[in-house]
Design a protein around this ligand. Structure first.
Ligand SMILES: [Zn+2]
Length: 454
């Protein structure tokens, strides 16, 4: 007789005792336990004390008194710029790029890209961001992927594409070279680590790329099932450049080369008129709102309430460390709500709407709305447990979206899971040694900045 081996029960992790902000279609807030198995949310069940057997099969993460929410998604980040934080302040976008960011990016080595990504990803995870859409620099994107593989953040990452003859020589590539490396990175990393890492095609912005490259990128993204991520309509200067070169409005030009629709995520979209907003909504293009960056570079205030009223898909992002200077999803939520109010009144963009942008909106901008963005059975277990027991989180009976958007801070994050793996426990990062990251990132920044600024 053949003995039949019983299948091993899946390892379970029970997150017990939290108030769960689900962001499900009914927007339920539940006092419930969340059971995680094989990277996914297996069950959301009435709170009960864990059985000894359940604990033996995996474990319990005590979340009593905490608020459990879907991990924040930031759909516009430049991990390669984390080492430039504090070295490019108080400049207009054009000077900021030409005098600081482009020379710094051109000076990057694989090692500095790696530590820049580790530093940024550590900050993001400790602050409750579990997924990002990331534009790297022109070279060494492989090193950023290696850092992300180790540290455990969910990331869709693209090498920056810059093939136009007007680009600085340190970053300019030929069209073929740019496209070939992008395709090679896509083949290597798109879907890696069980789908946690994905590739996106990332033209820097319309003026930095030739028309043939943009068209080729759109085709390649379609074939690979990958996102396209770029900047658009950030300043009037940029709009004018595109108008002069192509005779068209920038968003319409991007549409004409195939960069529009649910596969595209456009950072900023500050300078858009009513017709363009309607066009973005009709196409289903993702807009990524970066309020801190738009304020710090003096770019303006994107008409987000108007976009939402028109039916646009909107996500949030911190952009890069040198134009923010934090990578804090809670800060972006708070600012996103506040900056509209002087213009449109205090009821513009309420807290509950902003919370959706930072979770469900981000998931859509990564093309992952079926996988992340809410706490629902079957979705990936990307979760954040927040401790709002401090004075700034009281009174506890206030509306939960208000507490999360207006009062919560990155420092309130206690536990973080990505793909069911506990990456932050008790406010401590488990997947990297933060003091080593700090030391190595500082050394890399010192070499790089000194090399450029002297
Ligand atoms: Zn950016």
């Amino acid at each position: 007789m053949v003995s039949q081996k019983r299948p091993r029960p899946a390892r379970l992790l029970v997150l017990s005792g939290a108030r769960v902000v689900t962001l499900d279609p009914d927007r339920r807030v539940l006092d419930a336990d969340v059971v995680v198995s094989e990277g996914r949310i297996a069950e959301i069940r009435p709170r009960r004390s864990p059985t000894r057997r359940a604990v033996a099969r995996g474990g319990e993460l005590d979340c009593a008194g905490l608020i459990l929410l879907p991990g924040l998604v930031q759909a516009h980040i430049h991990l390669c710029q984390t080492l430039f934080r504090g070295f490019a302040d108080d400049l207009s976008l054009e000077d900021w790029l030409a005098r600081r960011i482009w020379p710094f990016e051109a000076a990057h080595t694989p090692e500095s890209v790696y530590w820049s990504a580790m530093l940024g990803a550590a900050e993001l995870l400790l602050g409750g961001t579990t997924a990002i859409l990331d534009m790297e620099t022109v070279r060494h994107t492989h090193a950023a992927f290696q850092a992300l593989r180790e540290i455990g953040l969910r990331a869709t990452v693209g090498k920056c594409l810059m093939d136009a003859p007007t680009n600085p020589p340190g970053l300019r590539e030929s069209t073929d070279q740019a496209l070939q490396e992008a395709m090679d990175l896509c083949a290597r990393w798109h879907g890696a680590e069980g789908g946690r890492l994905r590739y996106c095609f990332a033209p820097r912005f319309a003026p930095s790329c030739t028309g043939p490259l943009l068209r080729a990128v759109s085709d390649a993204a379609e074939r690979a099932g990958a996102m396209i991520h770029t900047h658009a309509a950030e300043t009037p200067v940029e709009l004018e450049l595109v108008k002069r070169a192509t005779g068209r409005d920038e968003i319409a030009y991007l549409d004409s080369v195939g960069i529009a629709g649910p596969r595209a995520a456009l950072a900023h979209c500050v300078w858009v008129d009513g017709d363009t907003v309607r066009e973005l909504a009709r196409a289903g293009t993702n807009v990524v709102h970066c309020p801190s960056s738009n304020l710090k570079l003096g770019s303006g205030v994107a008409p987000i309430p108007e976009m939402l009223a028109a039916g646009c898909r909107v996500a949030l992002g911190a952009d890069g460390a040198p134009c923010n200077n934090r990578l804090d999803g809670f800060e972006e939520m708070r600012l996103a709500a506040l900056i509209q109010k002087p213009r449109l009144g205090p009821d513009a963009l309420p807290a509950a709407a902003v919370l959706e942008l930072a979770t469900l909106g981000g998931a859509r901008a990564l093309g992952l709305e079926r996988e992340i963005g809410s706490i629902e059975v079957g979705k990936r277990a990307d979760l954040v447990a927040l401790d709002l027991s401090g004075p700034h989180g009281q009174p506890a009976d206030a509306e939960i979206a208000s507490r999360l958007v207006y009062a919560a801070r990155a420092a309130d994050v206690r536990h973080v899971l990505v793909d069911g793996r506990v990456v932050v426990r008790g406010g401590r990062l488990l997947t990297a040694d933060v003091s080593e990251v700090r030391e190595k990132a500082n050394a890399a920044a010192r070499r790089l900045i000194r090399g450029v600024l002297g």
